[in-house]
Design a binder for this molecule. Structure first.
Ligand SMILES: Nc1nc2c(ncn2[C@@H]2O[C@H](COP(=O)(O)OP(=O)(O)OP(=O)(O)O)[C@@H](O)[C@H]2O)c(=O)[nH]1
Ligand SMILES: [Mg+2]
Length: 269
């Protein structure tokens, strides 16, 4: 955060990457203060993993709040054309301003920010059309800032994920753990899985049963049923819920349980 504050003077455009499954927990309220007065673009990322109906509601919510938002799937590049348009618009404004002030043409500098594992580097790669930034499915991959030059017009700064200064309420931390934004060592797999069973059975009834035959069970009983179905067994034949939990979490995050939006418009502020 401190480094960002130092760099913000160099920046023309701030690109904030948000996880469409957790649009609240993946936004950083500190950012608003930091980027006040800068051109801004919100990338609504991982929309292939989130519920389409909820995507629509979130996009409307952002539009109502005057935010320029582009829906992205940074894995396959869907949305890149719209990003180009939005960046061009931001760039045009800046070029005009520079011209008026007699400043020589220089590239637009954009800073890409967001929480760990949200897809900042993947977004830059899909925008660049080639692999220029290291991306991987765990938090903390990008360690330091890195400039990426895209043609003569644009320079992008990849930044390490920044976590909220503190977790307000238990749900923020839980939701970040559900999507894999915080290190898996922080919350025991079984505890996380128990929370996932509850969320799935309440929000998307039937999906867990279709996949694991666990009917409407929740909590530990559900986790046992899931583990048995997946063949996660201990020596005596009882359910290995530790192993089952890890598989369930993987299915939940990868989309194997369908497209899921954890946080809804109008909830938790
Ligand atoms: N399904 C899907 N996966 C995505 C999308 N964007 C990124 N990912 C995946 O999410 C994981 C994290 O992506 P990164 O680009 O490394 O995330 P980051 O924000 O740069 O992470 P840090 O550098 O650790 O802060 C990778 O496995 C990506 O392939 C997307 O739109 N859809
Ligand atoms: Mg990164």
């Amino acid at each position: 955060m401190r480094e960002m504050k130092e760099d913000i003077g160099l920046i023309d455009l701030v690109i904030e990457v948000v996880d469409a499954r957790i649009p609240l927990a993946s936004r950083n309220p500190e950012l608003d203060k930091l980027v006040a007065g800068k051109s801004r673009l919100l990338i609504f990322n991982k929309t292939d993993l989130s519920d389409e109906k909820e995507n629509e509601k979130w996009l409307k919510h952002y539009a109502d709040n005057g935010l320029v938002t582009v829906r992205m799937n940074s894995k396959n590049g869907t949305g890149v054309k719209e990003v180009n348009k939005a960046v061009d618009a931001a760039c045009a404004k800046k070029l005009e301003r520079d011209k008026k002030r007699g400043i020589k043409e220089r590239p637009v500098r954009a800073m890409v920010v967001g929480i760990p594992n949200v897809g900042k580097s993947a977004f830059i790669n899909s925008f660049a059309g080639k692999s220029v930034a290291k991306a991987a499915n765990k938090p903390g991959v990008t360690r330091g800032k890195q400039w990426v030059r895209l043609g003569k017009k644009l320079e992008l700064m990849d930044t390490p994920g920044v976590m909220w200064p503190k977790f307000e309420g238990k749900d923020v931390g839980l939701h970040l753990a559900m999507t894999g934004a915080v290190n898996d060592q922080i919350l025991p797999a079984e505890e996380l899985a128990l929370n996932i069973t509850e969320l799935m059975q309440a929000r998307y009834p039937g999906r867990m049963d279709d996949k694991y035959g666990c009917r409407e069970l929740v909590g530990y009983e559900c986790l046992e049923a899931v583990s048995l179905r997946l063949g996660c067994l201990k020596k005596g034949g009882e359910a290995d819920t530790e192993k089952g939990a890890v598989s369930l979490i993987k299915d939940f995050r990868s989309g194997a349980l369908g497209r899921i939006t954890i946080e809804r418009v109008g909830e938790n502020g």
